[in-house]
Write a protein that binds this ligand. Structure first.
Ligand code: CAA
Length: 272
């Protein structure tokens, strides 16, 4: 299966003419996309952008009441998003969930591993549950979902896997030894899998957002948050749209040469 619709000779010559007002983007094929943890701030905008582009979008949730209210709100705004109850930190549950999504919507060929939590505290105070919860939701989940979804991408000879990591997986952060370890682990996963599937028209990339306006950031004490803001060269926190924009860029068929990359989206807060 090719990843783009055929383009006529006339269209190609139009695209290569001196008229540069319209970029020569091929028409994307509608895909089935799975965005884990889509009901959060960043996930919501990713789901909306994918749906707006004509893709079929599914997301996983843990909190039924919150997810149903969210789905209704999406519908009011004109977005059809399919929701599936699943703890992506649980391997068996995730295998069943992926099968259910594929049975209902078709093969998943775009996967955004976005689900994540924080349990911030210094290591000396960190409980084993705070460690395990973060590793399970943020890193085990990437294995649990990608493992079954990959089969459908291989069958379709097309795939886009995007792992939403964090600036703190790159630079570390006081109080986040669990989160930073999981987020750094995600990028190791990206680089290894990218090599395994590169010849199969499947790309695997990481996005490392900086501090984005979300509930997670608002949970950080005000004085610490102000200190963080002062370290961001562009002078603002990021928005979920800043992250969704990079997702759209990476899933575009034109981005097929980008794989194993880690795209920092942090306003210059950390430059690797
Ligand atoms: N740097 C240096 N020292 C710090 C510090 C910091 N950032 N934060 C606290 N300390 C110091 C304290 O002043 C205290 O010192 P004393 O013992 O001399 O008084 C000592 O460290 C211990 O402090 P606490 O007892 O308050 O430590 P704690 O275990 O309760 O944890 C914390 C504090 C909750 C981690 C707090 O520092 C915090 O909220 N930090 C921000 C963490 C953060 O940035 N999280 C990011 C959330 S957003 C996100 O994760 C999304 C993303 O991907 C970017």
């Amino acid at each position: 299966m090719t990843s783009v619709l055929p383009i006529s000779k006339e269209q190609m010559s139009k695209n290569s003419s001196s008229d540069t007002s319209t970029p020569p983007s091929p028409v994307a094929v509608p895909r089935v996309c799975l965005v884990t943890g889509g009901t959060g701030a960043i996930g919501t905008v990713i789901c909306q952008r994918l749906a707006k582009a004509g893709h079929t979008v599914a997301t996983t949730y843990r909190n039924e009441e919150k997810a149903k209210a969210w789905q209704e709100e999406m519908a009011k705004q004109g977005y059809v998003i399919h929701i599936f109850k699943c703890d992506v930190g649980n391997f068996d549950e995730t295998q069943k969930c992926v099968k259910a999504i594929v049975a209902q919507l078709g093969p998943i060929t775009i996967l955004i591993n976005n689900a994540g939590i924080t349990r911030d505290t210094s290591l000396r105070k960190m409980s084993v549950d705070q460690w395990r919860d973060v590793m399970s939701s943020n890193l085990d989940s990437v294995f649990n979902v990608t493992r079954p979804a990959l089969d459908y991408m291989l069958e379709s000879s097309f795939g886009r896997i995007i792992n939403i990591s964090s600036i703190n997986g790159q630079k570390g952060q006081f109080g986040q030894s669990n989160y930073a370890a999981a987020k750094a682990g995600m990028h190791g996963f990206t680089k290894a899998l990218a090599q395994e599937v590169a010849k199969k028209n499947i790309t695997v990339n990481t996005i490392s957002p900086g501090y984005i306006e979300t509930e997670m950031i608002m949970a950080v004490p005000e004085n610490i948050r102000q200190g963080i803001m002062s370290q961001i060269p562009v002078g603002r926190f990021g928005t979920p749209e800043d992250v969704a924009h990079v997702v759209c860029f990476l899933i575009n068929p034109d981005s097929s040469f980008i794989t194993g990359a880690n795209i920092a989206t942090n306003g210059g807060h950390f430059m690797d």
